[in-house]
Design a protein around this ligand. Structure first.
Ligand SMILES: [Zn+2]
Length: 234
């Protein structure tokens, strides 16, 4: 049976939503596609539980829906990507002897004109990941030095939901997509994870340690939270 979609206002946005009930379902789950939000529910479900599920995932729903409606990135000449907080324009260049070349003062990233579409996307992702690893490792190394800790191994993560994590055994993973953000925001994330090497919690002692590494961390944290969501979709 076709689903019936009705408008739902969420964070000021109108998002079509529909309920899909199944008898053998035990829990509520949400999915978002180009039609809108589909709420998968058991046949007998209390409306309050549906509301709670929507409230708890409101931002996620809005983000997913926006994502569905933004046209996919065209990997071609003239397209722009973000790198360290600056837009870089992609320029096709038949004379290039390598696949990619960053022209830093001009804010352009030249690619060999034989590349396009998925192949170009892959090469640019790889390049961003290399830049990300070098940058984050340098930041983490500096933070560790400042806290007089041994340098920690740094790896990249590919998460869609978080910027960084720190494991009990002392290795740090930072989302490579963060390389799109301005340096101060990246420094906040690396400072946060390195501070976890001292405090495996978010206590006030932890935040004091973050503040010694990044005195303006509150501002950077807020900016990242507010503006960086798009970065997760590269
Ligand atoms: Zn944390």
């Amino acid at each position: 049976m076709a689903l019936e979609f009705h408008p739902l206002i969420l964070r000021g946005q109108t998002i079509p939503h529909a309920l899909q009930a199944r008898r053998n379902r035990r829990q509520i789950s949400l999915s978002v596609d180009e039609r809108g939000l589909v709420i998968h529910v058991p046949t007998r479900v209390r409306p309050a539980l549906i509301q709670t599920a929507i409230d708890q995932h409101a931002q996620w729903i809005v983000d997913q829906y926006q994502r569905q409606r933004t046209p996919p990135r065209l990997w071609c000449d003239g397209e722009r990507i973000m790198f360290c907080g600056k837009p870089l324009t992609l320029i096709a260049d038949a004379t290039l002897t390598q696949a990619l070349k960053l022209n830093d003062p001009a804010d352009t990233l030249h690619f060999h004109s034989d590349l396009n579409g998925a192949a170009l996307a892959r090469i640019i992702h790889q390049w961003l990941q290399q830049q990300a690893l070098t940058t984050f490792a340098t930041h983490c190394h500096q933070h560790c030095q400042q806290l007089q800790l041994n340098p920690c191994p740094v790896q990249l993560s590919n998460a869609r939901t978080r910027w960084g994590s720190c494991h009990r055994k002392g290795h740090i993973r930072i989302n490579w997509r963060l390389i799109q953000a301005p340096h101060p925001w990246m420094r906040y994330v690396t400072a946060h994870e390195v501070a976890h090497l001292r405090h495996m919690n978010h206590s006030s002692a932890f935040w004091q340690t973050v503040a010694t590494l990044d005195p303006d961390y509150q501002q950077h944290r807020l900016a990242l939270h507010r503006q960086a969501r798009d970065y997760l979709w590269l």
